[in-house]
Design a protein around this ligand. Structure first.
Ligand code: FES
Length: 93
């Protein structure tokens, strides 16, 4: 998602800059150029700084969902071959 449309700065870039040590909007402006044109994105960018609403609450990086889980088919009543996948797949006839 773009945070700064004027400078094509994405949320990922802002998060990476904060992870690398940016703590103020001035840091983000210096590092990325965010909020250096029209300024409409300044408040949004600031929410990603430490203490901002998106500094941890919006952290979607910690949610990992397998996109292509292994195609495992277990016999009825038998434990799933890949017990790390939370949903046991059972063949039906
Ligand atoms: S949207 Fe970021 S400076 Fe305009």
């Amino acid at each position: 998602m773009y945070i700064c449309v004027c400078n094509a700065i994405t949320e990922r870039q802002v998060r990476a800059s904060v992870d690398a040590g940016a703590t103020t909007l001035s840091d983000l402006q210096f590092e990325l150029g965010v909020a250096t044109c029209c300024g409409c994105c300044a408040a949004t960018a600031a929410e990603y700084l430490p203490g901002g609403r998106c500094s941890s609450v919006c952290d979607v990086r910690s949610i990992a969902v397998p996109v292509n889980p292994p195609a495992t088919v277990a016999e009825p009543g038998a434990p799933a071959a890949n017990s790390s996948f939370p949903i046991a797949l059972v063949a039906t006839a």
